[in-house]
Design a protein around this ligand. Structure first.
Ligand SMILES: CC(C)(COP(=O)(O)OP(=O)(O)OC[C@H]1O[C@@H](n2cnc3c(N)ncnc32)[C@H](O)[C@@H]1OP(=O)(O)O)[C@@H](O)C(=O)NCCC(=O)NCCS
Length: 434
């Protein structure tokens, strides 16, 4: 397999770099931890390492060193399409190089041959009560696939440590291959009561398949969005909750299914993946209040009313970023090029002009600019995907690409089980005296 060969060729030099750092420079201090950080969700504690992506506060996510505009420009596209192959993005995350069109297509071909979902998974999903949250269904479906883990089987058979990453790569490809179909099945079953088994079409790329399986009216254009969406949501370095949860579970040598199910459970939390739906709800409440897109002054007052009510403006602010999120900009540009007159989009654009000023005047948010969630739902809404709690499932499908690429490299570089040290309150009080 191409990706396998490409990673294998790089491994000796990566292992040498990492071994050398840990062995010869292990005592070098790269940060300190304060009591405020211990109580404050470990913000800014520098304790993780990944080469797959890095969030630069001033420019946003860099995927293998490339900015969002660079990634979107350089990755190969399906013929006649405007947005790149998702397979090309997965290649980039795994291998660290922009693939040629043929290389991107080899990943798409790998996915095509691994896309089939076993019957028991559909049966399990169908047996769940209709009101089961979409994220619960997705996480369960991922766990239901765990019995097929190559890593788990080979580990039982006594696989050597050097080979862990190859088994992890098999699982990463198998799992990501099945996710679009699983997500679409959950969508149709949960919201429309359709339980017919779905099949992937091996002649269609990841995004085109997904658009067809979802059954949205404008499939061609939605396929463009699906590719963009999955690419933009793939990775945001290692410290965010879904990536970190996946990494932590994987560090015990649990396989990719166990690990990613854990990551999805983190993504399901209101403080993580839920902001997309909150942002759309807020935009719709503006449209509802004013009977359409309001004027600038009306919006300014509405935003202040939200803050004065003690609520946040969803989609704005970020723990790390200090500029408008390039993932927001990419989706705004995508939408403006295709449906500039859509009311929700026009409103999202106006909010982008007005809300940063409001947040600056309030003076609390460290970053008054929009994050990706300020716009993602607006695009889904336009294409008819209006079941808000499904947006986190879409996020999960994209996020799988980043976290499984990280799992492969964590196993390749022999990263150990994670085990930070905890202290007691009395110990911190004692430290505070000194
Ligand atoms: C993303 C978010 C959770 C980051 O949190 P954070 O790192 O603690 O952000 P900050 O350090 O800038 O927060 C400082 C203060 O500004 C407030 N603030 C930040 N973003 C805000 C927003 N969009 N609207 C109102 N107030 C905001 C915080 O609530 C906090 O107030 P407090 O001191 O009363 O607790 C936060 O900006 C937020 O709640 N945004 C809205 C929800 C959202 O878009 N989430 C998606 C994240 S990708």
């Amino acid at each position: 397999m191409l990706i396998h060969e490409k990673i294998a060729a790089q491994l000796p030099s990566w292992r040498e770099r990492v071994t050398r750092l840990a062995r010869d420079y292990g005592e070098i201090v790269i940060g300190e931890v304060t009591i405020a950080q211990v109580y404050g969700g470990m913000r800014e504690v520098r304790s993780l390492v990944t080469d797959v992506s890095f969030v630069d506060p001033e420019t946003g996510i860099k995927l293998r060193g490339l900015s969002v505009p660079e990634v979107l420009k350089k990755l190969p596209r399906p013929r006649g399409a405007k947005t790149p192959y998702v397979g090309g993005l997965f290649y980039l995350l795994l291998v660290g190089e922009i693939p040629s069109r043929a290389e991107a297509e080899t990943v798409e071909a790998e996915w095509a041959r691994r896309a089939e979902v076993p019957d028991h998974v559909f049966k399990m999903l169908k047996a769940m009560p209709r009101e089961t949250p979409a994220m619960t269904l997705l996480s369960q479906a991922v766990l239901a696939l765990q019995g097929g883990s190559v890593f788990a089987r080979m580990y039982q058979e006594g696989m050597k440590k050097d080979a862990y990453w190859e088994a992890a790569l098999e699982d990463a490809l198998d799992l990501t291959a099945k996710l679009p179909l699983l997500a679409a099945f959950i969508y149709r079953m949960k919201y429309f009561g359709e339980t017919k088994k779905l099949r992937s079409n091996p002649r269609q790329d990841y995004g085109t398949n997904f658009a067809r399986l979802m059954g949205v009216p404008d499939r061609k254009s939605y396929a463009e969005l699906a590719r963009l969406f999955f690419i933009l949501h793939s990775d945001h370095e290692s410290g965010n909750a879904s990536a970190h949860a996946t990494h932590l579970v994987g560090s015990t040598l649990s396989d990719a299914y166990y690990a990613f199910s854990g990551g999805l459970n983190a993504l399901a939390g209101p403080l993580h993946g839920l902001a997309t739906q909150e942002a759309v709800k807020w935009l719709l409440s503006v449209l509802d209040t004013f009977g359409g897109v309001p004027g600038r002054d009306e919006l300014y007052k509405f935003a202040w009313d939200t803050l004065n009510d003690g609520r946040v403006i969803p989609g704005y602010g970020h723990a790390v970023l200090r500029v408008p999120d390039p993932r927001f900009i990419a989706q705004l540009e995508f939408a403006r090029a295709r449906f500039p007159d859509d009311d929700l989009l026009r409103l999202a654009g106006l909010v982008y002009e007005v809300v940063p000023q409001v947040l600056k005047e309030q003076g609390k948010a460290k970053n008054p600019a929009p994050n990706v969630d300020a716009i993602s739902g607006t695009l889904q809404y336009h294409y008819g995907v209006r079941e808000f709690d499904f947006y986190t499932v879409l996020f999960g499908v994209g996020r799988a690409l980043g976290v499984t690429a990280n799992l492969v490299w964590a196993r390749a570089l022999g990263q150990p089980i994670e085990r930070p040290k905890s202290l007691t309150t009395a110990m911190l009080e004692e430290a505070a005296k000194t």
